[in-house]
Design a binder for this molecule. Structure first.
Ligand SMILES: [Zn+2]
Length: 178
């Protein structure tokens, strides 16, 4: 297995060269190329397939929020679902969405509980209804820009494919970084 740093360096080199080549051939599609590159770098730094292991480069990149990934590597064994092309990418996105949503709801409940000593149920219902409305707005916004989301997902999947490719063979010592 290559280290997180090796994966990051290789992905950054591939991504930058790919960007230069794509932009020189298709300068009119600058926005699309940059979205793909952005997706690839997000996946490389924050959403690497190695999030199925504790204490990895990607988990550390989350800083204090690294704990959001503890259940993920407890549920999925190393090189299991997280290392399957596309499905692994989707599993981490779904997990992230679920974890952030649960964390937000927990914070909301604590905040309302601490802030109001009466009519807590009504306040919670109102807050949850507002949250659902916001979620619907976010989903409809995502629907409007689904081509950009597709490109973002494509960038993430390409970065993951590079990771899986690198995982599949041992690099010469010279190319390994601690
Ligand atoms: Zn890996």
């Amino acid at each position: 297995m290559s280290s997180g740093k090796t994966h990051s360096i290789v992905n950054t080199v591939i991504c930058s060269s790919g960007c230069i080549v794509a932009l020189s051939f298709y300068p009119e599609h600058r926005a699309e190329v940059l979205v793909v590159a952005f997706g690839a770098m997000i996946s490389t730094i924050f959403l690497s397939p190695d999030l199925d292991l504790p204490g990895t480069f990607s988990q550390k990149a989350w800083g204090w929020f690294g704990w959001l990934w503890f259940p993920y590597h407890l549920i999925f064994r190393h090189r299991g679902l997280s290392h399957v092309p596309l499905l692994g990418t989707l599993s981490r996105l779904i997990w992230l969405f679920f974890a952030v949503f649960c964390f937000y709801m927990l914070l909301l409940t604590i905040w309302l509980y601490a802030g109001s000593d009466y009519a807590l149920g009504a306040s919670l219902n109102e807050a949850y209804a507002t949250s659902s409305l916001r979620l619907t707005e976010v989903l409809s916004l995502a629907k409007q820009h689904n081509h950009l989301l597709f490109l973002l997902l494509m960038g993430m999947s390409l970065a993951d494919l590079s990771h899986l490719f690198l995982d599949s063979f041992r690099l010469p010592h010279f190319f390994r970084f601690k």
